[in-house]
Design a protein around this ligand. Structure first.
Ligand code: DUT
Length: 477
């Protein structure tokens, strides 16, 4: 993350009031995520990072009681790691393997209370804080396990709860609950802006509304519908303080709001019939799967809601990995904001439709890609695929940085592409060579017979430019 400890009026769940810039011009701003909101949302979303083999989610006999977990590692207010459970490693173990003793003094944000196996190693590494979402823990208390009757907390989960509690009481790391109320109006703001975001504008003419299926799915996953069960789980986790009213209702309300916001952001990048199609053989590695690309673009969209630009939020995340396959590791992430350390509204906020040029924002704002690359956690190895996921077409100022950093793939929208807006231009992206470009675009629907043929021959929605690929809305079943 790019900034250190700037706090805007919206930080602790407050609505942003009208704000004045240095010249007393009044501007209204939307609410934004606090850092804690952002880390919680990222951790929840990371839990759903697409796996090569699907998580054994709907196991009828509930044999697998270990749940997937998402994890955000933060050092000095900056994200230095994004992790998720895989087939071999839990998210906590993946963080240990990647960061080792560099985890010392970091803050860890988990989407579930981690199991004792992860917790002991994390405490041992000397992290300063471990927080978790107050739902079903990693060793599930909702799934019953092979030998326990359905609906009953398994012996394994009870033993894990005892062990984690013992580790907690003997640990110097501060272990706490991960939840902060969202800024007032945030749910509505995200709902509305999601419907208007570049991805939606490109992909559909319909107003999709809040995807109720997505809300339902996330509710099932991250909330515990039954109040008694939720209380029981909180008690097992020694969070009995939250079991009494009004704290219990507040907790559940805040959890629901966060889940709604996540569903709204996710709904802003439609999933159905999406596919990556390429028109030329790649100079580097193949890109990631369409599911992974969508997942990463949604990470970038979450980051964009932390913007300091009063008009346009941009988020960027860079992942790298050998062949673009297997476990990716985070290079960096960021959003557009004023230089780190600046005070809120210290710089002009005007855009190109307002005021004279010297009073506009453009010379001051650090772009999302610039923050992602400046505060990257590691360099990019020339052998690996390095993928930038960014919610807006990269501008001319960013293109040379992206190329020099060793980015091999860009996933974005083409909103503003080829435009010169005076203070900011987007002319260089189209001619950028040597980097695979994946653009979100809408499918031209074919009758069923032509669908298969269109895959083999160059389809009309694929740009004729060499090395130019599309995240296309496909009509394949
Ligand atoms: O590669 C880029 C390009 C832009 N931005 C940010 C910088 C600035 O905060 C905002 C500028 O957005 P835009 O070009 O849309 O200008 P605007 O004047 O805010 O909006 P409009 O489209 O109405 O002209 O986007 C990035 O973070 N990365």
């Amino acid at each position: 993350m790019e900034e250190s400890c700037r706090e805007s009026p919206a930080e602790s769940g407050q609505a942003l009031p009208l704000t004045r810039d240095s010249s007393s011009q009044t501007i209204s701003l939307g609410p934004r995520f606090s850092k804690i909101n952002l880390f919680s949302l990222l951790s929840l979303w990371l839990e759903l990072f697409p796996q090569e083999r699907p998580e054994d989610n709907n196991n009828p006999v509930g044999v697998n009681i270990i749940r997937s977990v998402g994890l955000v590692v933060v050092r000095e207010s900056k994200v230095v790691g994004l992790h998720y459970s895989g087939h071999e490693l839990h998210a906590g173990q993946a963080a240990i393997i990647q960061h080792a003793a560099r985890l010392a003094d970091c803050q860890l944000y988990f989407s579930r209370r981690p199991c004792a196996t992860c917790l002991k190693m994390i405490i041992n590494a000397g992290v300063s804080q471990i927080s978790f979402w107050p739902g079903d823990p990693e060793v599930s208390m909702l799934r019953s396990g092979p030998h326990a009757p359905a609906g009953q907390i398994s012996e394994e989960a009870t033993l894990d709860a005892v062990a984690t509690e013992k580790l907690k009481s003997n640990s110097r790391s501060h272990i706490c609950l991960l939840l902060q109320p969202l800024a007032t109006g945030m749910v509505q703001f995200v709902g509305e802006t999601s419907r208007e975001c570049d991805f939606m504008a490109t992909l559909t003419d319909d107003d999709p509304g809040l995807n109720t299926e997505e809300v339902f799915y996330f509710s099932k996953r991250f909330l515990i519908e039954d109040c008694h069960q939720h209380r029981e789980i909180l008690n097992q986790m020694h969070l009995e303080n939250f079991c009494v009213e009004p704290y219990f209702s507040n907790l559940r309300h805040n959890m629901r709001q966060v889940v709604k916001v996540l569903a709204a952001v996710v709904a802003g990048v439609p999933q159905q019939h999406c596919g990556f199609h390429r028109s030329a053989s790649p100079p580097h590695h193949e890109g990631v799967s369409q599911e992974v690309a969508r997942h990463c673009i949604i990470q970038a969209r979450l980051l964009a809601y932390r913007t300091e630009d009063p008009k346009v939020g941009v988020g960027a995340v860079v992942w790298a990995g050998l062949n673009g396959l297997g476990r990716l590791s985070l290079v960096g992430c960021g959003y557009n904001a004023y230089p780190a350390g600046s005070q809120y509204a210290e710089y002009p906020l005007m855009d190109d439709k307002q005021e004279d040029r010297k009073r506009r924002k453009y010379r001051y704002i650090i772009h999302a890609e610039q923050n992602a690359l400046t505060f990257r956690t590691r360099d990019i190895n020339p052998e690996e695929a390095a993928m930038l996921f960014v919610t807006k077409c990269p501008c001319d100022e960013c293109i040379p940085l992206i190329r020099s950093a060793g980015i091999t793939h860009i996933y974005t929208t083409d909103h503003d592409r080829d435009r010169n807006k005076g203070d900011i231009s987007y002319l260089r992206f189209s001619n950028l060579k040597g980097i695979q470009k994946f653009i979100v675009s809408k499918l031209i629907c074919f009758p069923p017979f032509f669908k298969k043929i269109s895959f083999v021959f160059a389809a009309p929605w694929i740009s004729p430019e060499a090395e130019y690929c599309h995240l296309a809305y496909s009509g394949f079943p």
